[in-house]
Write a protein that binds this ligand. Structure first.
Ligand SMILES: Nc1ncnc2c1ncn2[C@@H]1O[C@H](COP(=O)(O)OP(=O)(O)OP(=O)(O)O)[C@@H](O)[C@H]1O
Ligand SMILES: [Mg+2]
Length: 244
């Protein structure tokens, strides 16, 4: 097994608070790794440090064996890592289909012109929309979709870049149980095709069922790391949740 994502001693302060405090994690290729922890424990900030939204005060990030510390978001995407956001980010006044195409162009993953380019993108976009069940809404504006559909669209758009590693920040947050099942099946089937996942979630039954391995953060640090069963039986984890 090889490590596709590694952080070493990452630190990020916001004024007087330490959001991420000497955080070291690694994610193995082919795994679905859960990342849990109480509110404010630094999970989203860790994602932001990995994906170039913030620069770490210190520490290192490597992605698929390449140095990635402090790189801009589009460069991280080029390395093969993409992510969704805790608060869904879409181009609200654009259509569903446009939301699939525009980020790829923005990131400059492919040349704008060239034989078959638009055709390839369109084919892939339509294929992914079918996969998340949004084909019938392709010409609808993103802001007209339901909350769950918006999350599915963001997920599908992230896949346009053909990432090797996908970071999901609360994919099930505020989503109904049927949709949660659908998202879990989607993660599983993509994983079976070789996509590695790091998933932040507060839905414990989902994370424990889905993950090969679970990392637990508290106050910016990792406090536990193991199989779902190991983590559930770890007194430090219980303490972190009770204390929050
Ligand atoms: N841009 C920011 N400016 C100031 N403080 C921030 C910023 N982003 C995060 N924080 C603080 O850093 C700490 C970690 O926040 P973060 O959002 O990473 O936690 P989280 O584990 O994702 O929490 P949640 O489960 O609620 O999403 C919190 O104290 C938060 O208030
Ligand atoms: Mg968060």
């Amino acid at each position: 097994m090889s490590t596709v994502l590694q952080t070493e001693g990452l630190v990020k302060h916001f004024g007087g608070i330490v959001a991420v405090d000497s955080c070291t994690i690694d994610v193995e290729q082919g795994d679905i790794t859960g990342l849990i922890g109480p509110n404010g424990s630094g999970k989203t900030t860790l994602f932001n440090l990995i994906t170039g939204v913030y620069r770490p005060d210190s520490g290192r990030v490597s992605i698929l064996g390449r140095k990635a510390t402090g790189l801009e978001s589009h460069k991280i995407c080029h390395l093969g890592l993409s992510r969704t956001f805790q608060i869904t980010r879409l181009f609200w006044e654009l259509t569903v289909l446009e939301n699939m195409i525009v980020p790829v162009r923005k990131v400059g993953l492919r040349p704008l012109f060239g034989p078959g380019m638009l055709g390839d993108e369109l084919d892939r976009a339509m294929e992914l929309l079918a996969r998340v069940g949004l084909t019938h809404l392709k010409d609808e504006r993103a802001d007209n979709l339901s909350f769950g559909q918006q999350k599915l669209l963001e997920f599908a758009a992230v896949l346009m870049a053909k990432p090797d590693v996908v970071l999901l920040d609360e994919p099930a947050g505020g989503v109904n149980p049927t949709m949660i099942r659908f998202i879990m099946d989607l993660i599983r089937s993509l994983n079976a095709e070789g996509v590695t996942f790091l998933v932040v979630e507060h839905n414990m039954s989902m994370i424990m069922e889905l993950s090969d391995r679970v990392i637990v953060m508290d106050q910016g640090r990792t406090i536990a790391d193991g199989t779902p069963a190991e983590v559930q039986n770890n007194p430090l984890v219980l303490e972190a949740y009770l204390g929050s």
